[in-house]
Design a protein around this ligand. Structure first.
Ligand code: GTP
Ligand code: MG
Length: 286
């Protein structure tokens, strides 16, 4: 298994190319951009085309899903990333962490515009476009701020297909939900694999056993104790990632009639448990 050439991941469906055009067309309508990064992979979840695409707009960066990520790593990334970003705020929409800091950050970033408007006697909401890769939590973030407005949000990539406005009058802001964007070719396949682990790439185009072995490779290197605790698994240096995958399948009793492990079931369970945070708080990026 470990000697096999890995399947190359590429996922840039037609709807994403169209969505990118629509996002470009909508840019003149907004005052600022809010980019969401996944706290479990803050570097890998940055779309490299965004810095150019949004270079003319002030940008608030949100490091989201913090409750699922390693708190030490989140701190390190906040310090590292804020150097080259206008403003960065760590949040979590499930636990509510950091949400109260978002509106003040928007006002700080838009202070000049707000002051200019006030001098002219105009009261106009700040209009922000919410952008990020697929499944990072854009629609969930909008629902968290806009409370009663419902943007469709689900745990699979490509849920939002159209730009859609949501107003939050109590905060004086209007938010444009946009479809998640990936990029045309993943030069770095490690990045592509991490995005697949986060659920940002269509699971149906991936070999799930291979992806789970890649996840286990990261976990055994960075979080061996969490892995041992969750699966009561023991392994040695000599065991390959695939051997470890087999050990876990066996421990869980996912066996077929011939006594081999059920690979599909093992992969699905390990991947689900990782995504739900059951293995622990994990950051995939180094
Ligand atoms: N634990 C946790 N889960 C979150 C958070 N934000 C979003 N999620 C979950 O992540 C999944 C994707 O959320 P969406 O809001 O649909 O993501 P999106 O960026 O709008 O996705 P697309 O529209 O497909 O691009 C959902 O299952 C959410 O419940 C968060 O802060 N913490
Ligand atoms: Mg969405």
């Amino acid at each position: 298994m470990e000697n096999e050439i890995k399947t190359k991941i590429n996922w840039y469906p037609g709807h994403m190319a169209r969505a990118k055009r629509k996002i470009q067309e909508a840019l003149p309508l907004v005052d600022m951009v809010i980019e969401l990064l996944d706290a479990r992979a803050p570097l890998s979840s940055r779309n490299p085309s965004f810095s150019e695409l949004f270079s003319r707009k002030p940008c608030l960066t949100l490091l989201t899903k913090c409750s699922l990520s390693d708190p030490k790593a989140v701190n390190r990334y906040v310090n590292l990333l804020k150097r080259d970003m206008d403003l960065l705020v760590p949040i979590d929409c499930k636990t509510g962490t950091g949400i109260k800091n978002v509106a003040p950050a928007i006002r700080t970033l838009m202070a000049e515009k707000i002051e200019r408007d006030e001098k002219k006697g105009i009261k106009r909401p700040v209009r922000a476009m919410i952008v990020g890769i697929t499944n990072v939590g854009k629609s969930t973030f909008i629902n968290t701020l806009a409370k009663n407005r419902r943007a469709k949000a689900e745990d699979r990539p490509g849920v939002t297909r159209k730009n859609q406005w949501f107003t939050v009058p109590e905060l004086g802001i209007e938010l444009l939900d946009t479809p998640g964007l990936l990029w045309h070719r993943f030069d770095d396949q490690d990045v592509a694999r991490k995005l697949a682990m986060l659920g940002s790439i269509n699971d149906e185009i991936l070999d799930q056993t291979e992806l789970t072995c890649d996840l286990l490779a990261i976990l055994r290197r960075k979080y061996p104790e969490l892995l041992k605790e969750r699966y009561r698994a023991e392994w040695t240096e000599d065991d390959s990632d695939y051997d470890l995958f087999q050990i876990i399948g066996r421990k869980r009793g996912f066996l077929r009639s011939g006594g081999e492990i059920d690979e599909d079931r093992t992969a699905a369970v390990v991947m689900d448990e990782f995504r739900a945070g059951k293995i622990g708080r994990i950051c995939l990026d180094d």
